[in-house]
Design a protein around this ligand. Sequence first.
Ligand code: SF4
Length: 640
Amino acid sequence: MKKIILAESSGFCFGVKRAVDTAISIQKRYNKKIYTLGPLIHNNDVVKYLEENNIYSMNIDDIALLEQGEVIIIRSHGIAPEVLEKLKDKQLEIIDATCPFVSKIQQKVKKYYELGYEIVIVGDKDHPEVIGINGFCNNQAVISKNGENLENIKDKVCVVSQTTEKQENFQNVLSILTKMSKEILSFNTICSATEVRQKNADELSKDVDLMVIIGGKHSSNTTKLYEICKRNCYNTIHVENSGEIPDELYKYDKNMKIGVTAGASTPDWIIKEAIIKMGDEQNLQEMNDFIKLMDENDKKIYAGALVKGEIIQINEKEAFLNIGYKHDGILPVGEVTREADVKMTDLFKVGDEVEAKVIKLKNEDNYVVLSKVELERVSAFKLLREAFENKESIVVTVKEAVNGGLVANFKGIRVFIPASHVELFHVEDLDKYIGKEIQVKLIEFNEKKNTTRIVGSRRDLLKAEKEIKENSVWENLEKDQVVEGEVKRLTDFGAFIDISGVDGLLHVSEISWGRINKASDALKIGDKVKVYILEVDKENKKLSLSIKKLIGDPWESVDEKYPVGSVVLGKVVRFANFGAFVELEPGVDALVHISEISHKRIAKPSDVLAIGDEIKAKILDVKKDSKKIGLSIKEVEEEV
Ligand code: SF4
């Protein structure tokens, strides 16, 4: 059975496809005659097709005929700087479709020429790409196809190659230069598209009975393919289109193996026609599969598809992208950011690669409308869904305070935070959160067809954080430790002390050895205090504290401090029928029996004393164990 095999890599390369696509989309945008500086590609059928679409090739000498503002496209081969100057002088609208690979060579040549290197270009001296590159070194390059012109070369050379040159030619030139020059800087700039195409053609041509090379007769890369294949397969032909394939070469041998490849300037439809012409009923299925594959690219573009493209033109409001489709993409600035007053030119530049989502297959000008905002929304929704399912936190930016909570934004998607979920406590003024980034946990992700309700909680995160912190504090708290804390709350029965986030109770009886009625008599909120841990109940999270314990029991040393017979100062703190109690120091009250108050006869202590009176008295006796001290005021008073 006859077999037709298409080389893996054949036809339009990236640079040529980009130039042709650019020309077609630019023409549609301007809707008038536009020009290319030299034919975009060396293929008569494509040139004809372009002319039918109002795209014409012209020579640099004809530029004078153009009017100011007319559109001219620089093809993938690129041009010399002096030619670009001419176009600018003429004030034409210049669209640069120079292949990025060629631009890189131009920049290398410029750099090393300025650094004093002699430039050697391996390639055809008359090829437009080589002529353009030579312009970047003041047209001083030595051009050698296969080792010629290298006689008077300098000691310091920089070697580059025409992108479509044969590998062996580049190697030949390099080996000659190695013997001649002291310093060689070599850049193998043969484009991999060319290299891969040549390699595939080389392999395929070894295995077939007929090898058909399709491409323009003036196309150097097609001619090279022909030369390579001819060495392996005597029966190799070079045709521009299917019409040039002689019937007798393939018609009568039913078991023939035919290889097909095509130059970088050959469009898919010419290759398709050639395959269909040579195929027969038996391999129709195979052909259909191949044709289907070629149409695949078109099918990839649909509303909702994700595409990548390179920016070929840009203004303040929009960017135009080559997305490898029959129509270019348009990306309005409003589809990049929802922020006002942003210029597209501040965000992107020509040559940038951009990924976006197709939101409309065709606008009124036949552009595919793209959106980055929508692309980000898709991935943001995915992130939100995952965060909800995995119970992970996300960072949102608060945009506004509304009735009942905060409205925040996560990559363009609305997240609502109810007021009760903002803090661990009630918040009066929600406005203070506007513009702030806060971390939230998603507590609701309700996906519906038209709206999705997403609710976040900061409180839940704070609560969890607090719990973790508290647990670690509880871990480290032990009975009999002395720790520092802050008075948080005061009650009748004591004070609550915050110890690194954990609350402990300081009972009123544990504040002082002295008599205190309520905690606020000795403490106020915010006071920093040192406390002794009396008890830790880790299970029930209860902590009992004492300040008193730190001071020590004043009764322990009353013997030394208040020896019998000594005279002390004290304050009257309360009365009884039998006498007055006098505080010698906090926690140490002594009794002045009524008979010891005065030399005069009194009915009750308050006849001569008042609460708060500072008195001088003599120690009559000290009973440490029963915590009793007897005083006499009259013994230090003169008898009247
Ligand atoms: S062959 Fe390579 S360098 Fe030349 S235009 Fe194509 S992609 Fe660009």
